[in-house]
Design a protein around this ligand. Structure first.
Ligand code: AP5
Length: 217
């Protein structure tokens, strides 16, 4: 099974993807996480991606498609895959179709998450992430037990630099310009598309997300 999670920054794609991927034994492929890992490791890709990410702009399609292709090489052929934050442009969507075709696989369902802009801005301003194990918290909605410390691994939590208000505004604009049109792109290509209202408690969103994925043909 191949699932694409589509939705604006802060809507909760990562939160939902990690949980269902865990439950279904799926590979969680987040291009944002892969790019941040490349930056931490100081790779060539990490250096190229840095300025785009810090400005809230998209990293060029060719770099992203190479990254995804390389990453898929390390995943079992039959394993379910959840793509989180990829594709983000029509060029990436076409690239994904080609890669899946070459592996004898196809996209099963696109889940589109939506929430009002003020919800997204509040969630991003409150997000704290663990750079060591990837756990995500929120100082307003799901704080760690001890302020600034990861419950899971004891690492020090950080506020992502691209979650600063100015960059968040740009990320939301870029999403509207370049990624929102993917919904009609997938509709035109007759992909199975399910919408999930994400402006609700995590467990309620999860129930709908899980149902949408499990009922996909
Ligand atoms: P990326 O890391 O993918 O960021 P994003 O898509 O902007 O998404 P976020 O991680 O900000 O949000 P999310 O929807 O996963 O929300 P989360 O679950 O964390 O990309 C970063 C950058 O990398 C991009 O700007 C770009 O530069 C580059 N990039 C990445 N992929 C690319 C691509 N394919 N092409 C080109 N460039 C690319 O939740 C957010 C917060 O809300 C958390 O604190 C969470 O705890 C909380 N929360 C979640 N759900 C709820 C809920 N229901 N109720 C209350 N709080 C909630």
């Amino acid at each position: 099974m191949v699932v694409v999670l589509l939705g604006p920054p802060g809507v909760g794609k990562g939160t939902q993807a990690v949980r269902l991927a865990d439950e279904m034994g799926a590979a969680h492929v987040s291009t944002g996480d892969l790019l941040r890992a490349a930056r931490r490791d100081g790779t060539d890709l990490g250096r190229k991606a840095q300025a785009f990410m810090d400005a809230g702009e998209y990293v060029p399609d060719d770099l992203i498609l190479d990254l995804v292709r390389d990453h898929l090489d390390g995943i079992d052929d039959g394993a379910p895959v959840f793509f989180d934050g990829f594709p983000r442009t029509t060029a990436q969507a076409d690239g994904l179709d080609r890669v899946l075709g070459s592996l004898g696989r196809r996209l099963d369902v696109v889940v589109v998450f939506g929430a009002p802009e003020e919800t997204l801005v509040r969630r991003l301003s409150g997000r704290r992430s663990c750079p060591h194990c990837g756990a995500v918290y929120n100082i307003y909605f799901s704080p760690p037990s001890a302020e600034g410390v990861c419950d899971r691994c004891g690492g020090l939590l950080v506020h992502r630099t691209d979650d600063e208000p100015e960059t968040v505004r740009r990320r939301l604009e870029v999403y509207e310009e370049q990624t929102a049109p993917l919904v009609s792109h997938y509709e035109a290509h007759r992909a199975e598309l399910k919408r999930v209202a994400a402006d609700r408690p995590v467990d309620e969103v999860y129930a709908d997300f899980s149902r949408a994925v499990r009922s996909a043909s």
